[in-house]
Design a protein around this ligand. Sequence first.
Ligand SMILES: [Zn+2]
Length: 251
Amino acid sequence: MATQLRRNSTCSEAEWTARQELAACYRIFDMLGWSESIYNHISVRVPGEETFLINPFGLLWSEVTASNLIKIDSEGNKLCNSPHPVNLAGFTQHSLFHRHIDWAHAIVHTHTPDTMAVCSSAQGLTPTNFYACFFDGAVGYHDFEGITVRAEEGERLLENLGQNRVLMLRNHGPVVLGATLYEMFLNYYMLQRACEIQVKTAALGGAITVPPEVVAVHQRDRDLMLVKDFGRVDFEAWVRKLDSVDRSWRE
Ligand SMILES: [Zn+2]
């Protein structure tokens, strides 16, 4: 299947690399317990094109492979032969961000219980733990308007995202955008952890709020440690873990 896709020359080397990385990303999210049945999406822009790759609707994230990812245009039209449909409702917000934000190469939206819990709390994400402090002042919030399938909501989604890379959809779940798949992965990883810890801390009866000056130091020192390919070594480490269990995503 994989060689067929490449041999047909409908798939450039750049697209094939993007397909493999995205398939691995779906499998890693699933392995970490962050998938939601057949729902939710991770999407990436095909390098050099105004086309996108997304999961085939109806498959579990554990069933996604490089070949069965669906290539679509920004309107959601399928550009490849696939027996599977695309969940257009779910792609609405992804396509909006891909179209309007040049640097938004990779986008994920999840429904994990801990991120949904924080999105549903009045205070949102608070600077009360190591990971959460990274996001302080760098998260947008969007009030719940029902399922995000109406195009007219787009303007407010973009406005509420602002310059941030994380948008917390209140009463719903997070959207994390990245200039690379690696960056999106590591930012999502830290956001997921931040929310898990916030929920557990709340269960203990209260949290210590980190003072703004300490948050500033925390973020400054994080920035000093940033490597060029933010998240790449993390992602590659999880790919090795994935390969030790199942390599079928590569096909
Ligand atoms: Zn959702």
